[in-house]
Design a protein around this ligand. Structure first.
Ligand code: QV4
Ligand code: CA
Length: 514
């Protein structure tokens, strides 16, 4: 009997293992602090993310990279590893360890972006050529910092004439040839798998909670599995014993390619890129899309299963036209629509949610392409990254956008925590671009994306009382700095939303009851 129960528990554990984000109970989202320094993230965990219920942080790649100067350092140098030393513009190993401990101690866990498909494709470098001074020679396929040699790359295996990926409809090329001229690692080799697993296990021992696997589409699912099988359980100083690292794989599958996201479900979750592209169309009202169509959002739109999806409105690539970018993607540049998009995402139960946090760059379109898409994080003339400063009004300085600190976004992260586990009910729409829905008896949200005012009485499912709208303001002590919504004893309430409001949506939840 006891044996049976234990077996059952073990099976249940295995069933959710690498799909489980490992966030602390009651926390439901992570934020990508793109290009932030480890010291700044440590401070942000303690002063902001912990207190506001963020579940974790996706950090930029931690491994030593080639320093690109053209003439200034671009952000994407982080995707050009030369060794697995923890040593980048974000900080050194000591700073990384300090950050992980500080964040973990306040229940905000760290998810590392791991580049294991390739090494840099750039020429020879030594000394100042890489972020920790490791010598490497791409031409000779020599990376003594790992070490990797010419035996560890796919040069012999790739079947394209140039050695690069020429056709995305050939799955062999996509996996075995060079992505963007980056040297493609031979992941079928036990030695290569061992080196990567050693790196990831070091991160696990430091205390990280999981990994974003960069360029997963360019790796065979079986090779990824072989690496995952070698990973240790999470550090029991912070996680329950037997906990597995959370795995989410970057696979861009918008349909119409030879490789589909579902091939990767056996390894962990997968990034759902349809989510942001489609939501952008709806909120922008492009192609005849309307918010009413969001009624069956999720699997109903042909997305992957809920428990396999990692969802986001924009990411560090598509916010600047890289990797499945497209005009519809909403970003901080379209702040009003962006807040609606994020608001919808965080209110809707589908998928595990990631919020983007960016830096500003001088976006400049020439023939539809942003010629400044390469511009790196705010930095000094010596190339070092500027710290994230915090202004008196709690916004960020030094050109850090800090979307996650925008009141509307931060409050929706909290909303999602409050309604966690509640089903979507009381859907209402006007047949067009006014919609509303509730999450059990815990929260309710209303959008007016029409070009006219909204004035409706809706069934909210919430207990009677006066609630503070967490979009136009928030509850501070016993007072509300925004609109007040009064829910009657029958659970219904009147919502008036001007189409010209700063933010044409309203959200209430039981923790913001006055
Ligand atoms: C150029 C040419 C190539 C040529 C090569 C070699 O374009 O045709 O073969 O030189 O001479 C940068 C440059 C790119 C350059 C490359 C190699 O932009 O023009 O190739 O360096 O020198 C980021 C950036 C890339 C950047 C890369 C490495 O987005 O622009 O490339 O870092 O610095 C697909 C994939 C998906 C990928 C997405 C961008 O399926 O996996 O493209 N997304 C992830 C990351 C992304 C990162 C990588 C993968 C690579 O999210 O940020 O690319 O690690 O959709
Ligand atoms: Ca590959």
């Amino acid at each position: 009997m006891k044996m049976k129960l234990i077996l059952l528990l073990i099976t249940a554990g295995l069933a959710t293992a690498q799909y489980n984000p490992n966030v602390r109970a009651g926390r439901t989202s992570i934020v990508h602090l793109f290009e932030w320094r480890w010291d700044d993230i440590a401070a942000e965990c303690e002063r902001y993310l912990g207190p506001n219920g963020f579940g974790g942080v996706q950090v930029s790649p931690v491994s030593e990279n080639y320093i690109i100067t053209n003439p200034w350092r671009p952000w994407d140098e982080r995707y050009q590893p030369v060794s697995y030393k923890i040593c980048t513009r974000s900080g050194n190993e000591q700073q990384f360890r300090n950050m992980v401990a500080k964040c973990n101690n306040v229940g905000v866990y760290i998810y590392v972006d791991v580049v294991m498909n390739h090494m840099t494709g750039y020429g020879a470098g030594v000394g100042t050529g890489s972020t920790c001074g490791s010598y490497f020679n791409s031409g000779a396929r020599d990376f003594p910092g790992v070490p990797y040699s010419n035996l560890d790359f796919n040069d012999g295996k790739c079947r394209s004439s140039t050695g690069g990926i020429e056709s995305y409809s050939d799955p062999y090329q996509v996996r075995d040839c060079q992505l963007l001229g980056l040297l493609d690692l031979a992941l079928e080799k036990d030695y290569v798998r061992g080196k990567i697993a050693e790196f990831l296990n070091k991160l696990i021992s430091i205390g990280v909670a999981g990994f974003r696997l960069d360029a997963s589409k360019h790796m065979w699912p079986g090779d990824i599995k072989a690496v995952i099988n070698r990973l240790n359980n999470l550090n029991t100083q912070w996680f329950p014993s037997g906990a597995k690292p959370f795995i989410y794989q970057e696979v861009i599958d918008l349909g119409g390619e030879a490789i589909s996201a579902s091939e990767y479900f056996g390894n962990g979750r997968v990034t759902e890129f349809k989510y942001g592209a489609k939501l952008g169309n709806v909120i922008r009202k492009w192609n005849g899309e309307k918010m009413v169509y969001l009624r069956n959002w999720g699997e109903g739109w042909g997305f992957m299963p809920h428990d396999r999806a990692l969802v986001f409105v924009d990411n560090h690539d598509n916010q600047r036209g890289h990797g499945a970018g497209g005009g519809s993607i909403l970003t901080f540049f379209d702040s009003r629509l962006y807040k609606m998009g994020i608001g919808f995402m965080l209110a809707h139960p589908y998928g595990f949610t990631r919020v983007m946090s960016s830096y500003r760059w001088p976006r400049y379109f020439v023939n539809g392409k942003d010629i400044n898409d390469w511009v790196g994080p705010p930095s000094y003339s010596d190339g070092s990254t500027k710290p994230v400063t915090i202004n008196a009004d709690s916004t960020c300085g030094n050109d850090w956008v800090c979307e996650h600190r925008w009141r509307q976004i931060k409050n929706m992260v909290i909303f999602r925590n409050v309604v966690d586990g509640q089903t979507l009910i009381n859907w209402w729409d006007n047949g067009g671009n006014q919609i509303a829905f509730g999450r059990g008896s815990k929260g309710f949200i209303v959008f007016n994306n029409e070009d006219w005012n909204m004035d409706v009485n809706l069934k909210t499912g919430l207990p009677a009382g006066t609630y503070c709208d967490v979009i136009s303001g928030q509850k501070e002590g016993t007072r509300c700095t925004g609109k007040q919504i009064s829910v009657g004893i029958d659970g219904s309430a009147r919502f008036q939303i001007s189409n010209t409001a700063e933010d044409p949506f309203v959200a209430i939840h039981v923790n913001a009851k006055l």
